[in-house]
Design a protein around this ligand. Structure first.
Ligand code: AHG
Ligand code: MN
Ligand code: MN
Length: 332
């Protein structure tokens, strides 16, 4: 049996010795994030005994239903992370404006999707939390300060609340996976320098939107569906969990592609997923594991944001497949 020895805190201490960007206060913030996710995990584990966590309580800035657990998760993260002198401000899917914590001394900006995959709450399906950490500039306007491309991120984290709880982290030096021990209530290192296979025969898309997709995405999926008799010469498998965190974790675990591409009904909104607290942190994590993340036309991490809550098409996963999908967009 494999013994898991390195705790999350120990990993951060080792990393700090070789990673200049991992200052003590950044480690402290990352540990607070991990603790807040343990709190969310506890509430999730109560399931239907914890009240109607999937009940709609409000509408958020995205004009989407805000569920009870979205609001609770947002409050838990704020409780653990909106303190001290190192975090300048925090922005979330569930808050129209950032919460300012330390406008003068703060070095870090944190963005988060407190609960990803809210539509899975009612069905006891997997959900997650996504976090992006950016450096703060001295720029006076805090909202403006957040509008940095994803390539500026100094850390990205997601936590998957599945049958077990995984925390996946990059500090720009590879992608690492930790698993929560329910006995010790501690995250332990279970995967170092993860590598996504460059080739895959598994795709992941909500195909109910087929009629709205652009031609390059239709072409790619049609060719996958044709299987070994078609242009690709092999059979493909399909998945769709409905929670980006879990779908991306599958890509990270065994390769594959994940897409929420541009489509005709999303065009005026810019896409489905949010750039700054969904697409950017996930793209950073995927690229650090050897995968690629693009809009079809551009590398996601190079997109200059214009709005905290802006949306973007997302096409990510195994390198060779994403390059092929990108080439279909160029042809088009
Ligand atoms: P959120 O619950 O934070 O709003 O995000 C849900 C996102 C993403 O996780 C998932 O990939 C996608 O929405 C699912 O969308 P569909 O319901 O259109 O499949
Ligand atoms: Mn989400
Ligand atoms: Mn969410």
């Amino acid at each position: 049996m494999k013994l898991f020895k390195t705790t999350f805190a120990e990993f951060l201490q080792f990393e700090a010795l070789k990673n200049q960007t991992l200052k003590e206060d950044l480690s402290e913030l990352i540990l607070n994030i991990a603790d807040s996710c343990k709190g969310i995990r506890k509430i999730l584990s109560q399931g239907y005994l914890g009240g109607d966590l999937g009940a709609v309580v409000d509408i958020n800035v995205q004009e989407e239903d805000q569920k009870k657990l979205d609001v609770i998760s947002n409050s838990i993260i704020l409780e653990y992370c909106a303190k001290g002198s190192s975090v300048k401000a925090l922005a979330s899917e569930e808050m129209e404006k950032p919460v300012v914590v330390a406008p003068r001394s703060g070095k870090y900006l944190m963005l988060f999707d407190p609960l990803d995959g809210s539509s899975n709450i009612d069905i006891n399906g997997p959900v997650g939390t996504i976090i992006s950490i950016l450096p703060s500039s001295s720029c006076g306007d805090i909202e403006q300060d957040f509008l940095q491309p994803g390539s500026n991120q100094i850390a990205a984290i997601y936590v998957l609340y599945g049958p077990s709880t995984n925390l996946v982290l990059t500090l720009g030096n590879g992608t690492y996976e930790f698993t929560l021990s329910p006995v010790e209530d501690e995250f332990f290192l279970t995967g170092s320098k993860l590598e996504i296979p460059a080739d895959t025969s598994e795709f992941d898309i909500n195909s109910s939107n087929y009629r709205f997709w652009e031609k390059p995405v239709r072409r790619y999926i049609e060719e996958c569906l044709e299987g070994k008799d078609g242009a690709r010469g092999r059979d493909f498998n399909m998945r769709w969990v409905g929670a980006m965190v879990c779908d991306v974790h599958r890509v990270l675990s065994r390769g594959g592609t994940f897409m929420y591409p541009m489509d005709e009904k999303l065009r005026t909104k810019g896409g489905r997923l949010r750039l700054m607290y969904e697409a950017n942190p996930m793209s950073f994590i995927i690229e650090q594991a050897g995968g690629l993340a693009s809009t079809g036309y551009q590398r996601i991490l190079e997109v200059q944001p214009t709005n905290l809550h802006q949306r973007i098409p997302v096409i990510l996963g195994s390198k060779n497949e994403i390059e092929l999908i990108n080439s279909y967009h160029i042809d088009y």
